[in-house]
Design a protein around this ligand. Structure first.
Ligand code: UDP
Ligand code: MG
Length: 335
């Protein structure tokens, strides 16, 4: 086991969307980094860099073809159209799964410090199946990005998703973690939430973030909003429960109001019709919200069920009929 872990095959997965400016400098840095790791016997000669072109409309693919022709370490995958950062990362990892011992995902602008790669590998060699990159500071981000990111993590945590604050998609995943991830076949992906959900041994590596050197951010406001919505809705039905809670609250207020209204009606001064209208607003409003919450609860459960998430995933299997990995066993059964 231990020898297997030495000199693993690393696949670096890089999502690219309209990255014609950043691609070549980044590819050179990554090739250099990978070359260094190979020379020092840290990773195997079969290690690769997988660029996933997320339906770019600029020269990204053209440049990737050039890179592919010049270097045997380069692998290029291309989407027919823009499917988003999360899908690009997932596609790269799922491709790599068949060939690698572990993948590391990193952005094409290399804002994340490639120097941390070695520490990711060290953590893997010490037994982590997933190594999360957590950024040191957000000093390089503008005020708006900083604020929106902080809010995002706070809301996500509140909504019940189990994510590390400031963990980017700079992450190492072992082949085993990738096999487990492949069992999550939901369409709306939020990797930062799903990966901790798998529950394999993990650790954290801190890294520095630099400003983007070439090109501009490909994460538009609408893309960030979609990511946040995916994050919240793919992980919890808490928003529905909030409607339910609001319904109960409105009903309670409604009953309080009934007492108040009856009192005013007999002892105070009220305009004709005020009492009956106000009572129906509160009581009916509460009843409607509550019913919505109840319906929502069923819809929400249905939603969680349709994801067909795996109920569990074996970490290890010990059996005298041969020790086998959960994934291997599953494949045998299919045959
Ligand atoms: N990206 C992608 N598809 C998209 C948007 C972005 O593959 O629809 C990639 C992009 O090429 C980069 C990474 O996701 O490699 C992060 O994007 P960016 O650096 O623009 O985001 P920021 O650092 O500004 O949050
Ligand atoms: Mg960036």
């Amino acid at each position: 086991m231990e020898e297997n872990r030495k000199k693993g095959t690393l696949y670096i997965v890089v999502p690219c969307y309209n990255e014609e400016e950043a691609l070549l400098p980044s590819a050179n840095t990554l090739l250099e980094t990978l070359g260094g790791l190979r020379e020092r016997g840290i990773v195997s000669g079969k290690s690769r860099i997988v660029f996933v072109d997320d339906g770019s409309r600029d020269r990204t693919w053209e440049l990737l073809v050039q890179l592919y022709n010049a270097h045997e370490e380069i692998v290029g995958l291309r989407f027919a159209h823009n499917r988003g950062h999360q899908n690009a990362i997932l596609a790269g990892m799922m491709y790599a799964k068949a060939y690698c011992d572990y993948t590391i995902t990193i952005d094409a602008d290399l804002q994340q410090d490639v120097g941390a790669i070695e520490r990711f590998i060290e953590a893997y060699e010490n037994g982590s199946e997933v190594v999360y990159g957590v950024r040191n500071s957000r000093d390089t981000d503008g005020f708006f990005k900083k604020l929106s990111a902080t809010m995002f993590y706070k809301i996500m945590r509140f909504m019940g998703a189990n994510i590390y604050e400031n963990s980017a998609d700079y992450r190492l995943m072992s082949a085993k973690a990738l096999a487990a991830l492949s069992e999550y076949d939901e369409v709306n992906l939020f990797l930062r939430g799903i990966i901790p959900d798998i529950g394999l041994a993990s650790s954290v590596v801190h890294f520095d973030v630099f400003p983007r050197m070439q090109g501009t951010s490909k994460y538009s406001l609408s893309k960030m909003a979609t990511l946040a919505a995916d994050g919240v809705t793919s992980f919890s039905i808490k928003p529905i429960r909030m409607v339910f809670g609001m319904g109960i609250l409105a009903l309670l207020v409604g009953f309080g109001m009934i007492i108040h209204i009856v009192y005013e009606h007999y002892f105070g001064y009220t305009i004709d019709g005020w009492s009956s209208i106000l009572m129906s607003i509160w009581v009916l409003g509460g009843a409607i919200l509550l019913s919505l919450g109840i319906i929502g609860e069923y819809v929400g459960r249905n939603y969680m069920e349709t994801k067909h998430r795996p109920r569990y995933y074996f970490w290890d299997v010990l059996s005298h009929d041969g020790q086998c990995h959960a994934q291997a066993k599953k494949e045998e059964e299919v045959l």
